[in-house]
Design a protein around this ligand. Structure first.
Ligand SMILES: N=NNCCOCCOc1ccc(-c2cn(C[C@@H]3NC[C@@H](O)[C@H]3O)nn2)cc1
Length: 448
């Protein structure tokens, strides 16, 4: 056994998102989001599941905060639903929505838990998608207006901010692959969305500074770490493209003020260009204070001209997989964090990491040993990363509780707490108690 001690000021937390846990979709003045529309489109979400009720956290947030206190976390990542704040996306402010989040944040602070707020976790007001979504500059300006409302309301209460969760998912999973809302399948559209959200990010950061909002602000890309199946240059290049589309496509504009040229050229070959307007790159590259990194898995990739726009396919190497089919390989997190150093030793928080393990209740317990093993391996890598001098400041497990896993509906369970979706009863899993002990001790005991 090996014991890894974490720094005294290391932040331990969990993460969720509004559409995935809140429910109350037609309550509190909330407007319609693209996920309400997408989930009601036949065939888009497993079993026709939707977020109408979810975990009912809109009504049960005090119970959720009691679970957080029991777990012992000092940081809780959540997202604000834009459709609760400005229901038609760009019009009147809904006071009832603001009041809900004030009650929630006040309860978190009362519990001694630091709110870590994501402004956009995929629930775009449908009215803005109707005018072209992130590809329309009116959506960009509407986002800035929404962000400014939140900054003014919560400055002093919230001190950790993220503009966007997983920009690759917002742009490419949702507008090129069509797997998430709104379900477009067009390369130019996805590049327009990526650029629009980057401009919105930069403008929101400018507003954050101009308003003197308290705290630090950043963005949370999801990682696609890939290593080549062979030593061939084609396989290495296929990996470079996969990694770059999740990371460099967003972080180069933010940290360097320009897109990665090799990817711009790659997309030009496919007939797509980035709709850059005068001044955009200066706006996008506003200095930020932190990065959130969401890591789940890594791939072994090879060149395949038939494998989508990147011509990069993942090879099944027979590794243990979670129940959503993702290989368990914590090494990718270590490799990626060193890759990230090309942007400087920036402050990083792991804002999502976790395993889809669908164990169910047995005699009132959930013995999710595979989830414990996943966390053990990944926290050991976290310790290695910190030991290498990388500024990794905190860790948020995805997720506090089972919730609506997008196109997978409720069949895929990532929670430390089990949710019975009929009764909404929450039951801490064995992994909850394991993580509780890690947090209490501020060290992890691993078998590696
Ligand atoms: N890369 N190319 N893929 C080629 C084909 O992919 C098909 C499927 O793709 C994906 C890729 C990534 C995801 C995903 C899900 N989560 C978990 C959520 N994170 C934010 C939070 O809300 C969690 O629920 N993170 N990532 C889903 C599907």
């Amino acid at each position: 056994m090996t014991i890894f001690q974490f720094p005294q000021d290391f932040r331990w937390g969990t993460a969720t998102a509004s559409y995935q846990i809140e429910g109350a979709a037609q309550e509190g003045g909330r407007g319609v989001s693209i996920w309400d529309t997408f989930a009601r489109t036949p065939g888009k979400v497993f079993n026709g599941d939707n977020g109408d009720v979810a975990c009912d956290s809109y009504h049960r947030y005090e119970e959720d905060i009691e679970l957080m206190k029991k777990l012992g976390i000092n940081t809780y990542r959540f997202s604000i639903a834009w459709p609760r704040i400005i229901p038609d996306g760009d019009g009147e402010i809904n006071r009832e929505g603001l009041d809900f989040y004030h009650r929630f944040v006040d309860k978190l602070l009362e519990a001694g838990i630091e709110p870590f707020c994501t402004l956009y976790h995929w629930d775009l007001p449908q009215t803005l998608e109707d005018i072209g979504g992130w590809g329309n500059r009116r959506t960009v300006d509407a986002f800035v207006k929404y962000a400014e409302v939140i900054f003014k309301e919560f400055s002093g209460k919230i001190n950790f901010w993220l503009t966007f969760n997983e920009p690759w998912c917002i742009a490419f999973l949702s507008n090129l692959l069509g797997i998430h809302a709104p379900g477009n399948k067009d390369l130019q559209t996805s590049i327009n969305v990526a650029h629009g959200l980057l401009v919105a990010h930069g403008k929101a950061v400018q507003s954050f500074r101009r308003l003197g909002t308290t705290g630090q602000i950043g963005i949370a890309p999801n990682v696609c770490w890939a290593e080549p199946y062979s030593k061939s240059p084609e396989d290495q290049a296929a990996c470079d493209r996969s990694i770059a589309l999740n990371t460099d496509w967003f972080l180069d504009p933010i940290y360097k003020g320009a897109y990665p040229q090799f990817m711009v050229d790659w997309f030009a070959e496919a007939g797509a260009t980035v709709p850059i307007q005068e001044g955009d790159m200066e706006i996008i590259s506003q200095p930020i204070d932190l990065l959130g990194i969401n890591y789940y898995t890594m791939g072994i990739n090879r060149f395949n001209p038939e494998a989508g726009v990147l011509q990069s396919e993942e090879v099944d190497m027979g590794l243990t997989k979670t129940d959503i089919g993702w290989p368990v390989e914590s090494r990718g997190l270590y490799e990626f964090m060193h890759y990230l150093q090309k942007y400087g030793n920036v402050d990083v928080y792991i804002t999502e990491n976790g395993a889809c393990i669908n164990d169910d209740l047995e005699n009132g317990k959930i013995n999710d040993d595979r989830r414990i093993a996943y966390y053990e391996q990944h926290l050991a890598q976290i310790h290695r990363i910190i030991n290498d001098g990388i500024n990794l400041k905190g860790y948020m497990a995805w997720s506090l509780m089972d919730n609506f896993e997008w196109a997978e509906g409720y069949r895929m369970r990532f929670g430390l707490v089990h949710v019975d979706y009929r009764s909404l009863v929450r039951t801490p899993k064995e992994s909850f108690y394991w993580y509780q002990n890690v947090i209490k001790n501020n060290w992890v005991e691993t078998r590696i």
